[in-house]
Design a protein around this ligand. Structure first.
Ligand code: ADP
Ligand code: FRU
Length: 292
């Protein structure tokens, strides 16, 4: 079996309200379901990697609040290890209020970071990096210097290690991560923000600012995704399920499935197809359990 993958980034609490259609402002209504879930991009991707059969580890900050047991148990239920995560005293977990419309599965996210410190280079420096097969970083504008240092540390210690980064939010500082990884995931939001109007245009444009050999991958919601390397760009249609029930974490799922394909040395065109298939599975079900 391969060594574990490591996903570095955020874990948060998602308070998920399922509504029949998007709610009308200033109304009071009973809803079909309400649940607490573990969320955060890197946390979700680590979950999907484990569900696909990888050994999977997550690294991010935790806090000794009343939600810690829930977070720990949920990682354990999904077979993700978290032994190296620093635990801060007396803070709160970042929290999202998520509204999922049961009519079309859209998710609307309202996020607050609360007061939990970000991961810093000291937490990362203690890791034995030879334990991993792949290291994935969630690009976070609020922690950019530490993330750059972490990537530098990997490069200095282990030349062969493959690194992916996710650039999702429309924040200019995230540009700095583009030249640093072997696989770069750019979101539609970030592509739009950078002036691109199609997924292929985005992949072509970002390939120009990454290092030679980098694979750039860009998911585009219901239209599917595109990827490219060394001037070749390919697009792939989405694989929608019969009914879309829950799109929360579709992008994180897509990224994890693509990482899975690369850890297993598939070519990236096949990886792109697989990522769209697994993302399609995800949006047809609630949560991530049994997604493969
Ligand atoms: P997110 O908004 O969660 O970051 P994206 O919208 O970029 O995720 O979607 C990631 C992948 O999930 C897409 O490439 C596609 O394969 C799949 N997907 C997402 N939304 C839909 C949809 N409405 N219909 C079909 N596939 C979808
Ligand atoms: C989904 C997600 C949620 C979380 C939010 C944070 O991609 O990770 O689980 O609430 O995004 O931005």
């Amino acid at each position: 079996m391969k060594k574990p993958t490591l996903c570095v980034g955020l874990v948060c609490v998602d308070v998920v309200a399922e509504t029949e259609g998007f709610p009308v402002e200033d109304t009071d209504q009973r809803i079909p379901d309400l649940s607490y879930r573990r969320g955060g991009n890197a946390s979700n991707s680590s979950t999907v990697l484990a569900q696909l059969g990888m050994k999977s580890e997550f690294l991010g900050t935790l806090t000794n609040s009343m939600q810690l047991d829930f977070i720990r148990e949920d990682f354990s239920k999904h077979c993700v290890t978290i032994e190296q995560c620093p635990i801060f005293p007396v803070c709160e977990f970042p929290t999202s209020i998520v509204i999922i419309s049961t009519i079309n599965g859209t998710r609307t996210i309202l996020h607050h970071p609360k007061n939990l410190p970000e991961l810093d280079i000291q937490h990362f420096s203690n890791l034995d990096l030879t334990n991993y097969s792949w290291i994935h970083f969630e690009g976070r504008s609020t922690n950019i210097d530490n993330i750059k240092q972490m990537i530098r540390t990997v490069r200095e210690r282990l030349e062969y290690m493959k690194i992916s980064v996710e650039i999702e939010k429309a924040r200019p500082v995230l540009d700095e991560l583009l030249p640093l990884a072997d696989v770069v995931f750019v979101s539609k939001e970030y592509a739009y923000f950078s002036g691109f109007r199609t997924m292929k245009e985005a992949v072509e444009g970002f390939l120009d600012v990454t290092k030679p050999g980098t694979i750039v991958v860009c998911a585009w919601g219901s239209e599917g995704a595109a990827a490219g390397q060394n001037g070749t760009v390919v697009s792939q249609s989405a694989c929608p399920p019969v009914q879309i029930v829950d799109t929360l974490g579709a992008g994180d799922t897509f990224n994890a499935a693509f990482i899975y394909s690369q850890v297993n040395l598939w070519d990236w065109e096949k990886g792109l197809e697989f990522a769209c298939q697994i993302a399609g599975n995800k949006i047809g079900q609630k949560g991530f359990l049994g997604i493969g």
